[in-house]
Write a protein that binds this ligand. Structure first.
Ligand SMILES: *Cc1c(COP(=O)(O)O)cnc(C)c1O
Length: 507
């Protein structure tokens, strides 16, 4: 049976009536009313579609799933995008996102890309989608991506956007506020369209500076006069979320191939969560027809989502903790807004909750919606101490080295199974290579790390881990530092204008 080609449009979660093709939504990033772009319908698949993925490469699986959402891109355009994103030699495994059996559970490893963290799954593809969007919409302006980073996102964005036509990227990081490895990863970044600048302040200073620049009308007009428009690479952009839906399908297809599950069998995913992007992609997959039973949201001590998913009250007014799973140290999970929209389809309500969040720091979705959310989601959190204990135990029992983010998820998956007795097959989503957080991992394994340099730690971990040290980390030893810019929080505008005026970008 041949289905009519469906054309999806995207509009704001907050009610602005404007409807855009996906290409325009991806260039724009954020809707004009501050809301997030969402598709106006949910594509549906059946088991034949899912079983058809078994024989395909990751790139081909991505083409199929993306094609359901990015209906204004041609098949050729999507094929080009996914090839440049995933088959560019920067992933260290044929499978891109392999599923490994670890004890009774499966682990979905999302960190085989160039920066050894899961952000690569989306940030290798977003630049390709954006650059193709610029071409197909006839946009003449150049896009300047501004990023404030506390470590991981900056490097992944730099790797994704480097040398992409019609786009340049500038990353601000807090001087002294990122790990030695993270700093080296950024300062040695190659590419003709990249800039990395240290800010003499903390992450909030860098972040506020970037927000100030995005909101400065005069500044944006001055850039527009140069043919440049600003955009962002964070996970509010639809082009960053949609690539993440693919690996849920890919994991299911691989579990079918391995005979771990039967066609149609529902499975659970536990996801280490910060901005709610990764787990939301799992929710999209479920809504499309992937047999997902529960999505389990795992947090660290910054457990604002655990509280929300248990009580229906989102309250950001709380202490902020620095943990050993820093990529989840977050108090505002932006992508939750998309979930609230899909669960209610009530844009007025979503807009009012987001306004309450901004003005009062909290909102309450009420018991009816909470019950509906809890049909799909379950949540818990893990302390640093328990995360370390989990790393040690998983290593002792299974000889598998988990990074701290993955261990948070593993530990919450066990809490879930104990609390509910649920016996569906469990997939723990693994978001970082243990090498990227070698200090915390070795601490957990009882190895002395104090005063030991990063490269010695990599070697130490190598002796306990089957996987080799990722090339991107190993090669840092011999790479030249290419960026030395420093600015004060108050002079970030000047730094941006200087980079925007530089003429080194490939057209
Ligand atoms: C970003 C990140 C997360 C959180 O993902 P969200 O999509 O923000 O929920 C978890 N683990 C690692 C290693 C990350 O880099």
């Amino acid at each position: 049976m041949k289905k009519e080609a469906i054309v999806l449009k995207y509009s704001s979660t907050r009610g602005n009536a404007e409807q855009l093709d996906s290409a325009k939504a991806i260039i724009r990033g954020l809707a004009a009313d501050g809301g997030l772009f969402v598709p106006d319908a949910m594509p549906q698949v059946d088991m034949a579609f899912i079983e058809g993925l078994k024989a395909l490469s990751y790139e081909e699986r991505a083409e199929k799933v993306l094609g359901l959402f990015l209906t204004d891109y041609t098949a050729e355009e999507l094929a080009g995008c996914v090839t440049r994103a995933y088959a560019n030699g920067r992933f260290d495994t044929e499978k891109r996102a392999p599923v490994k059996a670890v004890g009774e559970k499966s682990v979905l490893e999302l960190w085989h890309g160039p920066t050894s963290a899961f952000k690569d799954m989306a940030l290798q593809l977003l630049p390709q989608l954006m650059s193709t969007a610029l071409k197909k919409t006839g946009e003449k302006d150049e896009v300047l991506i501004l990023v404030a980073t506390s470590g991981d996102t900056g490097k992944a964005a730099l790797e994704g956007f480097r040398d992409v036509p019609q786009i340049r990227i500038m990353v601000f990081y807090p001087q002294g506020g990122v790990s030695r490895i993270q700093q080296l990863q950024m300062l040695t970044q190659e590419g003709s369209n990249v800039n990395v600048t240290a800010v003499t302040g903390n992450f909030d200073d860098a972040q506020s500076g970037v927000k100030r620049i995005f909101g400065d009308k005069d500044f944006n007009e001055a850039l527009a006069a140069k043919g440049i428009r600003l955009s962002s690479a964070n996970s509010i952009n639809w082009g960053r979320l949609v690539p993440q839906i693919v690996y849920y399908f890919s994991a299911y297809a691989d579990l079918l191939s391995a005979g771990t599950i039967e066609p149609g069998e529902a499975i659970d995913f536990t996801v280490p969560t910060g901005n709610f992007g990764d787990i939301l992609a799992g929710f999209y997959a479920k809504c499309m027809g992937l047999p997902v039973h529960k999505l389990i949201c795992a947090s660290n001590a910054n457990n604002v989502l655990t509280d929300f998913l248990r009580t229906g009250v989102y309250d950001r007014q709380r202490d902020f903790f620095k943990t050993i799973s820093p990529s989840m140290d977050i108090l505002i999970s932006s992508n939750l807004e998309r979930l609230l929209y899909h669960m209610t389809e009530d844009k007025e309500k979503v807009a009012s909750w987001m306004q309450q969040l901004q003005q009062q720091g909290r909102y309450d979705v009420g018991s009816e919606l909470l019950a509906k959310i809890q049909e799909t989601f379950w949540a818990d959190w893990t302390s640093d101490e328990d995360t370390e204990a989990c790393i040690a135990e998983v290593y002792r029992k299974h000889h598998y080295v988990a990074d701290p983010h993955t261990a948070v998820a593993w530990s919450v998956a066990e809490k879930y199974q104990q609390a509910t007795g649920d016996a569906h097959h469990m997939v723990v989503v693994s978001t970082a290579s243990p090498y990227k957080f070698n200090g915390s991992v070795l601490d957990a394994l009882g190895v002395k790390t104090q005063g030991v340099d990063e490269f010695t730690l990599l070697d130490e971990l190598q002796q306990r881990n089957e996987d080799p040290i990722p090339e991107g980390l190993a090669s840092l030893r011999k790479k030249a530092v290419r960026h030395d810019g420093v600015c004060a929080p108050a002079t970030m505008e000047k730094a941006v204008m200087l980079f925007a005026s530089a003429d080194s970008v490939q057209k």
